[in-house]
Design a protein around this ligand. Structure first.
Ligand SMILES: Cc1ncc(COP(=O)(O)O)c(C=O)c1O
Length: 397
């Protein structure tokens, strides 16, 4: 085992680096979760979470991973046999679909090639054909973390509106929230699903559902079994700043601090920073002569970049070389793209020089692993970072 000095470079697209300020905020004695001090924290994080999701509707926060928040979205509103429309954007869409299958929903899974966002035209066509309104929900992944492709939730909303379809719109923004524009209310989203460990710069352990009035009404009408995930129970307690169970108190302290940091920087500036780092990463890749997993120039994720390895070279071997030589963790390829793709996370608590270190580690790793490439990617990224401008083209809703 090689000994390394300095900080480990954690460049996976989540869990992401936790700022020292957030670590300090969590490093506190345990609170009485039914006392007045906790209620103050409860009210503060719920209000700041609403500002982050851009919603005036309730945000339900669970002590859970993102997977729990996926399940919560389903069990509150849907029952076995209900038809749902989902789109295969990558591994996370596949996993969400797997949960829907386990709850015996009737899933229409629109196939995808894992190199584009969801096919909006195909969604619209399915909705238009569903004259009897059998489809109860449309579920899409905003930022597909396995590929680095974005699906704009607003475009899905427009497809629902154009077809006057009443289905609920559920959006997984687990790696989108806090790293790219997100407007729960203005985009007409019924259920937004998020997690703490990506753009929110926290350790894993909190799951979120932002819920519209329509989603709350669907939950009320849904007699399906649920207990822990029941929104209404949590919302009732939240009115007093508390939770129906022992909440993850110290993670909520961290959330309070992280949301403050994002507001101090300004949400728009946070999103612009991510776009810029995505652009600089792609500039480096262009010089290296490596392909992005995302093939749609309008759909590149600001949060991560999926890199396709040249034929005959294994992405996980390359990641191993980088880890051993430079103490940097890059994201692995998931499921059917394992070994073919690695992922560079440029999400969360991050800055220009961290990106330069990351890209330098990748460029040196390519040389050490004897992966064919042209040198100079790092210099190309520097050119992007020297100009502090962000082009409109890389702005993806
Ligand atoms: C887009 C997306 N959805 C869902 C998940 C699953 O979340 P978790 O691993 O926190 O359960 C992840 C995790 O990386 C994700 O990136």
């Amino acid at each position: 085992m090689t000994l390394h000095t300095g900080r480990h470079f954690l460049q996976i697209p989540g869990p992401t680096n936790v700022p020292d300020r957030v670590l300090r905020a969590m490093d506190m004695p345990t609170l009485d979760h039914r006392g007045p001090e906790f209620a103050e924290l409860g009210f503060a994080v719920l209000a700041a979470s609403q500002r982050m999701f851009k919603t005036k509707q309730p945000v339900v926060i669970y002590p859970s991973s993102g997977t729990g928040a996926w399940e919560a979205a389903i069990v509150n509103t849907l029952s076995p046999g209900d038809k749902v429309l989902m789109a295969e954007t990558g591994q996370f869409a596949v996993l969400w679909r797997g949960i829907a299958d386990k709850f015996k929903l009737d899933v229409d899974f629109i196939p995808g090639d894992w190199r584009h966002g969801a096919d909006i035209a195909a969604i619209e066509q399915r909705l238009a054909a569903d004259k009897g309104h059998k489809i109860k929900a449309v579920c899409v992944v905003h930022n597909e973390t396995s590929t680095g492709c974005v699906t704009p939730p607003l475009e899905v909303r427009k497809a629902l509106d154009r077809t006057s379809h009443p289905a609920l719109l559920m959006v997984d923004t687990i790696s989108g929230l806090g790293s790219m524009e997100y407007e729960h209310d203005a985009w007409g989203i019924d259920i937004s699903v998020a997690g703490s460990q990506k753009g929110l710069m926290l350790p894993p352990g909190l799951g979120f559902n932002a819920v519209s009035e329509k989603a709350l009404a669907a939950a009320k009408a849904n007699s399906g079994m649920r207990s822990y995930w029941d929104w209404q129970e949590v919302i009732n307690f939240n009115k007093l700043g508390t939770f129906p169970y022992t909440p993850a108190c110290n993670l909520l302290m961290g959330l309070n601090e992280a949301l403050k940091m994002l507001e101090e920087e300004g949400h728009e500036n946070v999103f612009a920073r991510h776009r810029r780092h995505g652009q600089a990463t792609r500039a480096a890749m262009k010089v290296w002569g490596l392909e992005t997993q995302c093939q749609d120039p309008q759909a590149h994720s600001p949060a991560l970049t999926g890199v396709v390895m040249p034929e005959g070279h294994d992405a996980d071997h390359f990641r191993k070389v980088v880890l051993e030589n430079f103490d940097m963790s890059l994201g692995t390829g998931l499921n059917k793209i394992k070994g073919k793709v690695f992922r560079i996370g440029h999400i969360g608590h991050f800055n220009d020089l961290m990106l330069m270190g990351t890209l330098a580690g990748v460029e040196m790793g390519l040389a050490l692993a004897k992966v064919p490439h042209r040198e100079g990617g790092v210099l190309a990224a520097m050119e992007v970072l020297k100009t502090r401008e962000v082009t409109a083209m890389s702005k993806v809703a």
